[in-house]
Design a protein around this ligand. Structure first.
Ligand SMILES: [Cu+2]
Length: 133
């Protein structure tokens, strides 16, 4: 997506926007996090592209993959840098919390469909999917 070049220098993970007292600009992410939704909830990208999630809301969120939904060869992803889903669930919110004004990114190298959710708002239906073509 549009942030690929910049993010190539910072790598995957959570980036804090220094000195930012206001919410993120929509220009700074591909998928936004509202109070209890990912917007858009579905995004299609090409193999090798980096997707940036941004949290302009006042609440903390996570971006946590539903591991079983991933293509077999794909790397797992979750905010906090976990290797699998259960440790990500267990580690939240000490690790993996995306605070207001922060972003998370992941580069998709394997084609297929990836479902993910937000740990604190999973029951509220905060989930989404990325389709990699
Ligand atoms: Cu959430």
């Amino acid at each position: 997506m549009r942030r690929r070049t910049l993010l190539a220098t910072t790598g995957a993970g959570i980036a804090t926007l220094a000195g930012c007292g206001t919410s993120l600009s929509e220009e700074e992410y591909d998928i936004g996090m509202t109070a209890n939704q990912f917007q858009p909830a579905e995004l299609t990208v090409a193999t090798g592209e980096t997707v940036v999630w941004g949290n302009p809301s006042s609440r903390g969120h996570s971006v946590t993959g539903y591991e079983a939904s991933f293509p077999d060869e794909a790397d797992y992803f979750a905010s906090g840098g976990f290797d699998s889903e259960q440790p990500a669930r267990d580690g939240y919110p000490t690790s993996g919390n995306i605070r207001s004004g922060e972003t998370f990114s992941h580069t998709f190298e394997v084609a297929g469909e990836y479902r993910y959710f937000c740990i604190p708002h999973e029951r509220a239906g905060m989930n989404g999917r990325v389709i990699v073509e």
